[in-house]
Ligand binder design. Sequence first.
Ligand SMILES: [Zn+2]
Length: 299
Amino acid sequence: MKEMKGMNIKTCPVCGNILDAEGLKVKDYSVSGEVFEICTCRHCTFSFTQPQPEPSAIGKYYQTEDYISHSDTKQGMVNRMYHLVRKKNTNDKLDLINRLAKKPASLLDVGCGTGYFLSVCRQKAWKTEGVEISDVARRMAEQRTGQAIYPSLDALTATGKQFDVITLWHVFEHLHDINASFLQLSQLLQPQGTLIFALPNLCCADALHYQEFWAAYDVPRHLSHFNPVSLRRLVEKHGMKIEQILPMKMDAYYISMLSEKLKNTAFWGLLKAVWYGWQSNCRAKKDGNYSSLIYIIKK
Ligand SMILES: [Zn+2]
């Protein structure tokens, strides 16, 4: 197994605690085969990937057809399932933002990938902007939506624009400097606006079951690993508040299926994934720790 070199985080970016603990060793299954650690701050429970590839070196870890949020392939069972889940998720996301803002309203989707969600929102009369760092995905998003997509948050912040709703669907965990990014998002949000994060929750039962095979660790693309406690701490540190937390129940099944794939469990993997996904949702009904959570954040 290859050990990876990169930046070592020495101080917790959420609470400032000095970090010392060793963490769970997790392999990058989809691209490099390198091994990283999931370390946790003892003080605030924020977890992070260690070491972290430099921003200039992270691009190579995204170069795979398996990284399906950046591609539109429908080959293979997992990808077909992904597209089914995406359709259901998109409808749920649209219902959610329609409840949160009176139209005409503006929406910024950060990490918009190939622009699927943006294009659906545009069709439903939302005034949209998107940010996508990947050149390939950004070009696809521009074709799909017929609008220019920003390559970075910096480029958009410079325009001074503000939005009624800002969404980061499974994106914030990919960002290098979470404090600087949060500050930028806060600047881009209208005073009465809503910031929405969807994030994997490493305190869910499927993470505890699959351990180093839990697909939502996705190292080193996922640099931060939140739970409701650590995210609340980060949000409040920036003078904002979490108003509501919503479950993404399909993710327990989807992530369990990907995790079984990493374990090479063949045919039985699908049945096991359904079982552990269901188990995870059952436990989460009691303690709120669903596999993925949507956070509704306000100023
Ligand atoms: Zn901490």
